[in-house]
Design a binder for this molecule. Structure first.
Ligand SMILES: *[C@@H]1O[C@H](CO)[C@@H](O)[C@H](O)[C@H]1NC(C)=O
Ligand SMILES: *[C@@H]1O[C@H](CO)[C@@H](O)[C@H](O)[C@H]1NC(C)=O
Ligand SMILES: [Zn+2]
Length: 490
């Protein structure tokens, strides 16, 4: 993970909007020096050759000088939330507090980490080092030692997210034209279909509720107190999810992607036809609680999206749906540490040359302010994503879940769809609000399902949009069933 060998190079941060008008002369340099998207910025580390070739490149954005001794480069970002929840503290104030807390933690080794993570962190107490290299009004670039990185994970202020830079450049892979064309053609064919309607209406709100309550530990029979990726409970949650998905007939694997992290749960429904075409539905089952708490129930973030995946799998099985394309149902871990699990998986798919038609990430589907209409928020594709896919989702929503008011939320990535977008796959996020979240329990230990505003019906409505989209785009057949209760045409 250590970021070295590049000093004294130049880090350039360019806003996504500015990037849309990048002169062609810069494209080559940018495409070989891309280090990821952080909030609304893309990061490039430019080498001397690039700088000499195109000196005015640096005028595209903000320049940060990197020194020889930089350690882990980490972007911390305060995610925007609705005004009603807005942090009372200024970002700068929270950042200074974080730096102070890290210094204090350095003298009291790793208590917070112990609560959630592997015990070996206490065995040694290497120095905690952290330096702020650059700050914006809602994000900052830090250089942190390994120890500081571990403490940072458990000490983030509310709504903050962190992502470590990769140790080498990433490919900058655009979504190819033929992939967009495939989606345009699919959208042109979408009309109301009564079999699709009957299948998606069959999603059980009762089962959604049971699954969420198990994942959060609200169900007394559940053995889960937290699903933090570093906790001992997270692999238990993974094993439980794998068994539940397998009961529906899917074939699942635990996908271990990095030491110390719980695995991704990757389940496959194999196509009835001989095709490489693959559709991916994702959610993240890991979560984060309040600072210092060992309990992280994450009922909304993201047991809601994970239970939606399970609901889709159960509904497919009950109705005997067989897709004409391959469908992957992915419950990711490591999302809260910067989409680590989905990144590893999406990279693997790209390396294998997987033929991914679309990826839909369900992250936070449940919270509805009492009095507001149920909503479906989609990521704004002018910032990140593929407009053809968000068009499909909004059209399908109008047809099958007309109770949802559809709109964009003005934030680019920040969930697992970003990992797929970065590999050049069409990807989108479905979300609870056509604006910033109003969930007062976001990233808090109080994120339970038994509270005002937690709306299982809205989870179902959004899961219906996901399932109807896959039914239409992949195509499907129904197995013959003897049981009249599951007659698909009823
Ligand atoms: C991907 O799937 C589509 C749809 O079935 C197909 O037309 C295309 O040839 C496939 N591409 C590859 C590289 O297999
Ligand atoms: C449906 O898709 C079209 C693009 O074909 C788009 O212009 C339109 O806004 C979408 N309709 C809805 C209701 O989302
Ligand atoms: Zn989330």
């Amino acid at each position: 993970m250590r970021f070295s060998g590049l000093a004294p190079y130049t880090l350039l941060l360019v806003s996504l909007r500015d990037l849309q008008a990048v002169p062609a002369a810069y494209e080559q340099c940018l495409s070989q020096s891309y280090y990821g998207t952080y909030g609304i910025r893309r990061a490039f580390v430019l080498d001397r050759a690039c700088l000499e070739q195109s000196f005015s490149l640096t005028q595209l954005g903000t320049v940060v000088r990197l020194q020889e001794e930089e350690q882990n480069l980490v972007w911390v970002q305060r995610r925007p939330v609705d005004q009603s929840l807005a942090a009372t503290k200024l970002f700068d104030h929270e950042l200074s507090q974080l730096v102070r807390d890290l210094r204090i933690s350095a003298t009291r080794p790793s208590e917070a980490w112990d609560a959630a993570g592997p015990a070996q962190a206490t065995l040694q107490t290497p120095p905690v080092q952290m330096q702020v290299l650059h700050r914006t009004h809602d994000g900052a670039l830090l250089s942190v030692s390994d120890t500081a990185l571990r403490i940072l994970d458990s000490g983030l202020p509310p709504y903050w997210q962190y992502t470590a830079f990769p140790s080498s450049p990433r490919p900058l892979i655009p979504v190819p034209r033929h992939a967009k064309e495939r989606l345009r053609q699919a959208l042109a064919r979408i009309r109301f279909n009564h079999v699709v309607a009957s299948i998606v209406n069959g999603i059980s709100v009762h089962r959604l509720q049971e699954d969420v309550r198990y994942l959060t530990g609200e169900d007394p029979a559940s053995e889960l107190a937290t699903r933090h990726s570093f906790s001992e409970d997270a692999p238990r949650a993974a094993a439980w999810l794998k068994s539940r998905f397998e009961e529906t007939g899917a074939s699942c694997d635990l996908h271990y992607f990095r030491e110390g992290f719980a695995p991704n749960v990757i389940c496959k429904l194999t196509a009835s036809e001989d095709t490489t075409e693959t559709l991916v539905l994702g959610a993240h089952y890991d979560d984060r609680g309040s600072f210092g708490s060992v309990r992280a129930p994450g009922a909304n973030d993201d047991a809601s999206g994970t239970a939606a995946l399970l609901a889709i799998a159960r509904t497919i099985a009950r109705r005997g749906v067989v897709f004409k394309a391959n469908v992957l149902l992915c419950a990711f871990a490591g999302e809260e540490q910067g989409m680590v699990g989905s990144r590893a998986f999406a990279e693997e798919l790209r390396e294998k040359g997987a033929n991914v038609t679309l990826m839909i990430q369900a992250d936070m589907l449940a919270y509805r302010v009492p009095g507001e209409r149920p909503q479906l928020g989609l990521n704004d594709p002018s910032l990140l994503g593929t407009a053809e896919l968000t068009h499909i989702l909004s059209n399908v929503s109008t047809i099958y879940s007309p109770e949802l008011t559809v709109g964009y939320f003005p934030y680019p990535g920040g969930s697992d769809h970003q990992s797929f977008h970065e590999q050049g796959y069409p990807a989108a996020q479905v979300y609870e609000r056509a604006g910033y979240t109003k969930d007062p329990m976001y990233h808090k230990t109080g994120d339970l399902s038994d509270r005002d505003g937690y709306d299982f019906q809205q989870i179902k409505s959004i899961a219906m949009v996901e399932l109807a989209t896959v039914l239409h785009v992949a195509g499907f057949d129904l197995e013959e069933r003897d049981d009249p209760d599951v007659d698909p045409l009823q």
